[in-house]
Design a protein around this ligand. Structure first.
Ligand code: UT7
Length: 348
């Protein structure tokens, strides 16, 4: 390919370890029922979610704390010390604060003082974009080892009242991480990838920083006539039906695109590690490609939508359960705010 979407064949890149971290608090559908006008039945039927995790709200840096814990677990799994990392690349759309980058805090928490650290924001697609980017940096010879972290704490931007219920029921907090390393085994690494974005879809899913960023202000006026309803500020806004339609079409499309780039049929992939946004979206994709349930793990019932955390958490669950074998093919797939969508296909 001339556009660089397929990996150069001469360098092997392995996923040497994985880890994840979740807050302890389980925000169940029953707890949501006590906060807003909703029901376990409504949430379960429309999304497949039973509970999600919520960070300790007294913690000032929940995103970097969770990201650090996930990366520590990934380093343990890889049998490595943090000093061995060439770069920390963190995908997140919910940094603790606009600056410094979450990756800088994670690196500092691990005792690193000079290692490069970068954040990448592609919302729910963040981890997928980051893992492809890190692969390119290793395959090109720039680095021998990169930690890729996917972490979000979107519950900080949820309105847990009936007013905000449309989006609030979906999201949970969580982090996952992988360690990518150069290897002499050239069979290992990324086989193909796709990254897409359409910023015209920004208003479908966004967090306004100030009421002047609220889209379509006329239809969001406060009842007292004072202007845009202040309850929208800093809270996640979603056109659920619009995002659903977008996801149902783009999810299978990007899977097919990536399979085509790699010259593979769907049955040749062993695990589809998918962003967990809605159980119905996952089921539609599974049926479309005729995949057995064992190839497309669904954990949204337990964790909700953890944004950039979802793909690496799924991968780590498969690893912990010894379901990943050397030589298998794993496709990471995600879609989300931006709008963004993408996939990264690996031989592990
Ligand atoms: O990472 C990407 C993130 N986002 C997504 O993937 C979201 C994709 N979209 C979805 O998953 C679905 O659109 C939702 C699950 C968010 C919503 O399902 P829906 O079938 O599209 O419902 P809706 O928003 O059209 O609302 C239907 C009804 C409305 O009532 P009326 O107008 O029919 O009387 C809503 O007010 O359900 C009501 N409703 C709720 N009822 C109980 C909306 N949210 C809730 C709620 N509990 N939490």
């Amino acid at each position: 390919m001339s556009d660089g979407r397929t990996a150069p064949p001469h360098t092997g890149v392995e996923i040497a370890g994985s880890g994840s971290a979740l807050p302890e608090h389980r925000l169940t559908n029953a707890e949501l029922e006590s906060l807003m006008d909703t029901s376990d039945e409504w949430i379960l039927q429309r999304t497949g979610i039973r509970e999600r995790r919520r960070h300790d709200t007294s913690t000032p840096y929940p995103t970097s704390d969770l990201g650090t814990a996930a990366l520590e677990n990934a380093l343990d799994d890889a049998g490595m010390h943090a000093e061995g990392l060439g770069l920390v690349l963190c995908a997140t759309m919910t940094p603790d604060s606009p600056t410094p980058a979450v990756s800088c805090r994670i690196a500092a928490n691990l005792g690193l003082r000079t290692t490069g650290a970068i954040d990448l924001n592609a919302a729910c697609s963040g981890f997928v974009f980051a893992v492809s980017t890190a692969h390119a940096m290793i395959a090109s010879g720039l680095y021998d080892s990169i930690a890729v972290v996917g972490v979000d704490t979107v519950t900080r931007h949820c309105d847990y009242s009936t007013f905000g219920r449309g989006a609030a029921i979906l999201f949970g907090d969580g982090a996952g991480a992988v360690i990518l390393k150069k290897t002499n085994d050239t069979a290992k690494g990324m086989l193909a990838q796709a990254m897409h974005a359409n910023g015209n879809g920004a208003k479908s899913l966004y967090i306004p920083c100030g009421l002047d960023q609220v889209e379509d202000p006329e239809s969001h006026q406060a009842e007292d006539g004072s202007g845009v309803d202040p309850r929208l500020n800093d809270k996640i806004q979603m056109n659920g039906k619009g995002v659903f339609k977008f996801a149902v079409s783009k999810f299978p499309e990007v899977i097919q695109e990536t399979l085509d780039l790699a010259g593979l049929t769907a049955d040749r992939v062993d695990h589809y590690v998918c962003h967990q946004a809605n159980a119905r979206i996952l089921e539609a994709a599974r049926e479309r490609f005729g995949l057995p349930e064992s190839k497309l793990r669904v954990n949204i019932d337990r964790l909700g939508n953890t944004v950039a955390g979802s793909c690496p958490i799924v991968y780590d669950e498969l690893k912990r359960e010894s379901l990943l074998e050397p030589g298998q093919k794993v496709m990471f797939i995600a879609f989300g705010a931006g709008l963004t969508w993408g996939a990264s296909l690996w031989q592990i």
